[in-house]
Design a protein around this ligand. Structure first.
Ligand code: ATP
Ligand code: MG
Length: 638
């Protein structure tokens, strides 16, 4: 019966990939050819063959992707899929470390540092190691984090990481190494891990502890990985080790869409895996109209494995190449087109605007607001990165992990009468103590607010439910703090009320924190209830990076001008391969209507002094065969 469904909903190549794959399997195929679909149906197929959901692990690039795939797989398999482990590598590693971290000394109530927190810790480590007089010449905390992260994600030596980043820093190699060691120590003192640590430590345990490796890899009969071209070496090794016993590792990807090399992604993984795996190819594109596929075939990145996609969809409209005068005209044009589509009955949910960098969307954001067109932003400041949400999470964090200094300091600094230095001192004494809460109770401090918040913390420990804890903090302190600290306190209060509501669905504070800090993960056992509100219609605004794997009826690509897209940095470094792949990812998101927009006049966003690059740099527009597109002009320059 399942075979019947598969026959109906898959083509022959896809059907073979689902039913004939075993052992190491690579599905390599172009955009929109149903790679994600193959993995989704593979889950249903495995269930029909008697594999239990708990014996399957699905790795995706975002939480949203896992959710969508599992929903579809549920329908097809008519199974609840309870126990299936699905989500990003970070999510999966987090769960793993909660269970096994203790074997390498990681306590299972560790907290996760986000990028901002990590920067604070690095800042601290840096200050301790570098003599004051030398500070200016040394890499900044942000640069050190980048070096550290590159090293962790590629498993290269510190020397290599520094040279890759900036060879001028090589003369400080020794000091950099000391800072990184300090950074590591600071984190372990605080019982906290950064995002890279989740991966690195998992790999460490799996490769050194045979008993655990055997136990976990016996558990998973099948491991399925989507967007394989963007995995890094650490992730690849984890997947390999976890599939050691059964050997069933199925990965799908497209080398031409590898766009995360700055995070250590290597599409060489694809080439290597290809040698030992059974390879399936799919060559039909189901996503885009004939006209869009024609353009896609022309713009295949130069270094990609050659492939020509066959279109299946009926002919539609040629992609539009739009010349505008400046960025204001661009915004105006896009807003008007969106309104037109909306009036024709196309849902705003089917429309997306893509750009190379978040800043390119600012004019458009204003324009959309002016017209009252609702939109959501994938990129840019996230909810959890805003100060008020971070303050509240710091409060929750100290309730579960009172040894985390960063959160204590953040929290204490909010209190009137307590400055940076004092906050630091108090935090220090709490985290150093054997019994941090007892220490907190005993601290002698005049500040009234300190006393209030101390009481809130200690009393809130009674509640397991994070919603209750947070509500107490909010009502008894933070709400009024917001009122006196911010002009826009109302919006911030609304955000927090929403956060409290979300937290209320969890039984346990630790789980809530983990979910919110690794927001890109998703686990089937917790179909998040707070997502029941059906989302209102909204246009999507996103960077190309975050648009990976997704599709919309109408897609606009903004600012295809040298310096904007391709990005100024890659022009300077003459590193255009990845920009080509990014451009390829961008155009392949569109189903029916694609707009490529560039401007000819007006002021550029790029700083002075880059004129030459702007005029002479690589221009993607030059690669577009004119007969494949429909030309439009808009704005003052007409
Ligand atoms: P990307 O490289 O962008 O991740 P992909 O190869 O994963 O793309 P999918 O997202 O799985 O492609 O499929 C693209 C679109 O084509 C989806 O809307 C999917 O439902 C549709 N599709 C895939 N295969 C078929 C098929 N056999 N019949 C009908 N529609 C299909
Ligand atoms: Mg896909």
């Amino acid at each position: 019966m399942i075979e019947e469904i598969l026959k109906n909903e898959l083509d022959q190549e896809q059907f073979d990939a689902v039913t004939k794959s075993e052992g190491k399997t690579l599905v390599i195929a172009g955009p929109g050819s149903g790679k994600t679909r193959v993995i989704t149906y593979k889950i249903a197929y495995l269930i029909s063959k008697g594999i239990k959901p708990s014996e399957i692990m699905l790795v995706t690039f975002t939480k949203a992707a896992a959710k969508e795939m599992l929903q579809r797989a549920k329908q097809v398999s008519k199974s609840k899929l309870e126990g299936l482990l699905g989500g990003t590598f970070h999510h999966i590693c987090n769960l793993f470390l909660r269970k096994y971290g203790t074997v390498i000394g990681i306590k299972n109530n560790f907290t996760i540092l986000d990028t901002e927190d990590s920067k604070d810790v690095m800042e601290n480590a840096r200050a301790q190691i570098i003599p004051k007089s030398e500070k200016k010449r040394m890499p900044t905390a942000k640069q050190l984090l980048a070096i550290n992260s590159y090293m962790n994600n590629t498993l290269c030596s510190i020397r290599e990481a520094i040279s890759k980043f900036n060879p001028a820093f090589l003369e400080h190699e020794h000091i950099i190494e000391q800072i990184l060691i300090k950074y590591q120590q600071e984190k372990s003192l605080q019982n906290s891990l950064d995002y890279d640590d989740l991966l690195i430590n998992t790999l460490h345990i799996l490769s050194t502890n045979k008993a655990i490796r055997l136990k976990e890899s016996s558990r998973f009969k099948w491991i399925l990985v989507d967007e394989f071209q963007d995995t890094n070496i650490v992730q690849f090794q984890i997947a390999n080790l976890l599939s050691e016993v059964h050997g069933n590792l199925m990965v799908v990807g497209d080398d031409a869409q590898s766009i995360y090399s700055f995070r250590g992604a290597r599409f060489e993984n694809v080439l290597e895996f290809q040698k030992e795996a059974k390879v399936f190819k799919i060559q039909t594109n189901y996503r885009s109209s004939q006209e869009i596929v024609n353009l896609i075939n022309e713009l295949l990145p130069k270094k990609a494995i050659p492939k020509v996609l066959r279109a299946t969809r009926k002919t539609g409209t040629k992609p539009f190449l739009v010349q505008v005068f400046d960025h204001y005209d661009e915004a105006d044009f896009v807003a008007n087109e969106i309104l037109n589509y909306h009036n024709q009955g196309i849902s705003l949910n089917d429309i997306a605007v893509l750009y190379r960098a978040h800043a390119h969307s600012l004019e458009l954001q204003l324009e959309l607001s002016k017209h009252g067109i609702p939109f959501k932003i994938f990129s840019g400041l996230r909810f959890t990165e805003t100060a008020h949400v971070k303050d509240s999470l710091a409060f929750l964090k100290v309730t579960v992990n009172p040894s985390e200094k960063i959160s204590w300091t953040r929290l204490l600094k909010l209190l009137s009468g307590i400055g940076k230095i004092k906050a630091n001192r108090i935090a220090e004494s709490i985290v150093k103590s054997q019994n941090p809460f007892k220490e907190l109770e005993n601290i002698k401090e005049k500040s009234e607010e300190f006393k209030t918040v101390r009481k809130i913390i200690l009393e809130s420990l009674e509640f397991e439910n994070p919603g209750k804890r947070l509500e107490k903090f909010y009502l008894e302190f933070y709400r009024s703090y917001l009122e006196r600290s911010y002009d826009d306190y109302r919006e911030r209060q609304e955000d927090l009320e929403r956060l409290i509501e979300m937290a209320g669905f969890y039984q346990n504070t630790e789980n809530f924190l983990t979910d919110i800090l690794i927001s890109e993960s998703y686990e089937i056992s917790q179909v998040n209830e707070f997502e029941t509100d059906k989302e209102k219609e909204k246009v999507t605004l996103t960077t190309v990076h975050q648009a990976k794997g997704l599709e919309w009826k109408v897609v606009f690509i903004l600012s295809i001008n040298p310096g904007d897209f391709p990005h100024i940095m890659s022009l300077r470094e003459n590193n255009l391969d990845e920009e080509e792949r990014l451009f390829y990812v961008a155009i392949t998101r569109a189903k029916d209507y694609l707009y490529l927009i560039y401007s000819v006049g007006g002021s550029s966003r790029i700083f002075y002094g880059n004129d030459y690059i702007m005029r002479r740099g690589k221009n993607f527009i030059d690669d577009i065969p004119f007969h494949l597109v429909e030309h439009l002009e808009y704005g003052v320059g007409k």
